[in-house]
Design a protein around this ligand. Structure first.
Ligand code: PGA
Length: 246
């Protein structure tokens, strides 16, 4: 099927717990029809990179700074992540927009930096409950995508992922209906293609309360290129089952 299934462990696990869960993933992931990327916190990345070598599991990070090197205390560059064998990086997650005041401008600069380092950015967009209720989802998401992608320069073999993550669906148990999700994904693809050109490899994945009960019906939609999974990725067996939906 070749969808992209991304685990976002957020800040839920310490190093030892991350290595344990990574080990549980490794035992299960002997095969998968889909591409699987695991995004732990920064600290266990180096060890997980070694543990995941020659496995089906790829690694990603949950953020990266907008410059590749320099005097930026406490930040981590996309170049360092690439040197640890990361292939992907999540950028602009709504939790970072909310708690760290990340702006679309920052996310745009981070995306360019990730691309320059050879990482595939996974750029998160999505409306909150109030905007949805007011019927403003489409215009809001259009603006977020336009600002995140503005002026990006991609190399020939670069690819980019946009994760549609409605804020009202994240960690709430409320999932966006497949039919609604498809409409938003079509919009995101249209806006992104207009900015980046038809030849750019763009995937649009969904995140927000994906679990074993709702995953198959969402993944059956050709417009949904995969998932960004939080809570359900903390169980190796549930995540494995979702990632192996054919
Ligand atoms: P959730 O989180 O699957 O726990 O809703 C998804 C995300 O925030 O990436």
């Amino acid at each position: 099927m070749n969808k992209l299934i991304v685990a976002n462990w957020k800040m839920n696990l310490d190093c030892a717990e991350s290595l344990k869960l990574g080990g549980d993933y490794l035992k299960l992931f002997k095969k998968s029809p889909n591409q699987v990327v695991v995004c732990p916190s920064f600290l266990p990345l180096a060890q997980l990179a070694a543990n995941f070598k020659n496995s089906l599991l790829s690694l990603g990070a949950q953020d990266a700074f907008w410059t590749l090197k320099g005097a930026y205390t406490g930040e981590i560059s996309a170049a360092s992540l690439r040197s640890l064998a990361c292939t992907h990086v999540i950028l602009g997650h709504s939790e970072r927009r909310q708690y760290l005041a990340e702006s679309c401008r920052m996310i745009n600069a981070k995306a360019q930096s990730a691309l320059d380092a050879g990482l595939t950015p996974i750029i998160c967009v999505g409306e909150d409950a109030a905007k949805r209720k007011a019927g403003r989802s489409a215009s809001f998401i259009t603006g977020q995508v336009q600002r995140a992608l503005k002026g990006l320069k991609l190399a020939k073999n670069s690819s980019l992922v946009i994760a549609y993550e409605p804020i009202w669906a994240i960690g709430t148990g409320k999932v966006s209906k497949a039919t609604d999700t498809v409409v938003i994904h079509q919009l995101i693809r249209r806006v992104a293609t207009k900015i980046l050109g038809a030849n750019t490899k763009i995937k649009v994945i969904y995140g927000g309360s994906v679990d074993l009960d709702n995953a198959a019906s969402l993944l059956a939609e050709s417009e949904i290129d995969g998932f960004l999974i939080g809570g359900a990725s903390l169980s190796a067996s549930n995540f494995y089952k979702i990632a192996n939906i054919k």
